[in-house]
Design a protein around this ligand. Structure first.
Ligand code: AMP
Length: 188
């Protein structure tokens, strides 16, 4: 099942300098949501590819009630996994996150450091920090989350689609929990 991250799709558009990427860039740098219409356009384009025909895993979408309504027009949602992490842990994770600009591999200076400090293990590129992982942008992302995204919790809970995932552990522990959830959902 393809894993489709709207953040990744938007970052690729920014890196490629497409008109949509140029428009999205400022919002992303500030830690704000990209307008619904732009995100929807990039998502719809991706969903037209053959690999999405038999189902897909969306990561980072929907983030607003309007996006959730659009999604209902496009497809039937089977399951919503909500990853719960205390805010302090989240802030620490984002502050430590580093990205390889060449292969997009993700590191963390404390929990998943590269072999050589500041360099990608695979291609030796100099690792960078995502502009929206800087403290001012992280604070804005948390505000936007509380205002625009948290209401989705009740939206999906009331429809019986919501599954909470304790995401406070290590990446492998969280992946294990999510894998079990997906396994159960695809068996049912
Ligand atoms: P992420 O990689 O999921 O953390 O997303 C990074 C940034 O991309 C977000 O802070 C937003 O600026 C933008 N973004 C990703 N997904 C969405 C979405 N569904 N709606 C609006 N903006 C989004």
């Amino acid at each position: 099942m393809p894993h489709l991250s709207t953040g990744d799709l938007l970052r690729a558009a920014v890196a490629a300098g497409t008109p949509l990427g140029v428009e999205a860039d400022g919002f992303m740098r500030r830690g704000q949501l990209v307008p619904d219409a732009l995100v929807l356009r990039i998502l719809r384009e991706r969903l037209e590819k053959a690999d999405a025909r038999r189902g897909f895993l969306l990561d980072g979408y929907p983030r607003t009630l309007a996006q959730a309504e659009e999604l209902d027009r496009i497809t039937t949602v089977d399951l919503v996994a909500w990853f719960e992490v205390p805010s302090e842990a989240l802030v620490a994770r984002l502050a430590g996150r580093r990205l390889c600009p060449t292969c997009q591999r993700v590191y963390n200076v404390t929990t998943k450091p590269p072999h050589e400090a500041g360099r990608c293990d695979d291609d030796h590129s100099v690792l960078v920090q995502r502009p929206d992982d800087r403290p001012e942008a992280v604070a804005e992302r948390l505000r936007v989350y509380a205002r625009d995204t948290a209401p989705l919790l009740e939206h999906y809970r009331s429809r019986g689609l919501l599954q909470m995932v304790d995401a406070s552990g290590s990446p492998s522990a969280v992946a294990e929990k999510f894998g079990q959830l997906l396994g159960r959902a695809t068996r049912d």
